[in-house]
Design a protein. Structure first.
Length: 237
């Protein structure tokens, strides 16, 4: 199978790498097709492979009190599983799974270790991507503590929209409730509020973004900080 060329990739982190650094990863990148809810990284298990999403994205969730709550999203801006691996451990208590199906480039953990050992510049870029992921999680905590569910929903939909090529997101109210960490009834009311202002259209198992700019206005400063830092730290490097 031919190796992926940097110029043809969708993953923004890979595209931002210096050509010599990408060349260290290129022979080890294996394209795979994903399906909805496919496990990517299991909680508390050794991480053998990491993933660069090309199309679609993954959710990072934590477990507790008999439920799951999303604590992060990894799409074509990042590398899933990088945080524990590059910060000195081989596992995480968080689970990663496919939230929106598509394609990704998978790399063995040992191959990534070898590449970053050879290039301090590559190591720095990947650590910067971890910083962006940490900021995203912190911003989620800020949003959950400061804003109503409809504003948090607007932020979450924008984050998903950033990682999609179209305007449609396939999900149920029940699944969305898990992502937001709220009751299903609260999710339904938040969807109705955004739909009432014609910012989205909700159908069974599908939400369509209608007015991106207006959705950003609703999200206010709950959205945008990690996105700006990605542009500064990765694409502006």
């Amino acid at each position: 199978m031919p190796q992926p060329e940097q110029s043809s990739l969708h993953n923004r982190l890979l595209k931002a790498l210096a050509p010599n650094d990408f060349a260290l990863l290129q022979p080890h990148l294996q394209p795979v097709t994903t399906v909805l809810h496919q496990p990517l990284i299991e909680a508390d298990a050794p991480i053998r492979q990491l993933y660069f999403p090309e199309v679609g994205f993954g959710s990072i969730v934590t477990h507790g009190a008999g439920r799951k709550v999303e604590v992060g999203i990894v799409g074509r801006e990042g590398l899933g599983g990088a945080s524990p691996i590059l910060l000195g451990t081989d596992r995480t208590p968080h689970e990663h799974f496919v939230q929106n199906a598509g394609t990704m480039l998978v790399i063995d953990t040992e191959a990534l270790y070898a590449a970053v050992a050879e290039s301090p510049r590559l190591h720095t870029m990947l650590l910067r991507s971890i910083q962006v992921q940490i900021l995203q999680t912190a911003q989620t905590a800020f949003a959950n503590a400061s804003y109503t569910v409809d504003i948090r929903l607007a932020r979450w939909l924008l984050m998903c929209h950033d990682r999609l090529d179209g305007d449609d997101l396939l999900l149920t109210h029940e699944f969305l409730s898990m992502m937001l960490g709220v009751q299903r009834s609260s999710t339904t009311l938040a969807i109705q509020a955004l739909e009432g202002h014609r910012l989205i259209r909700a159908r069974r198992g599908r939400i369509t973004i209608l007015e991106r700019a207006a959705l950003e206005a609703v999200a206010d400063d709950s959205y945008g900080l990690p996105e700006r830092e990605f542009a500064r730290l990765i694409e502006g490097a």
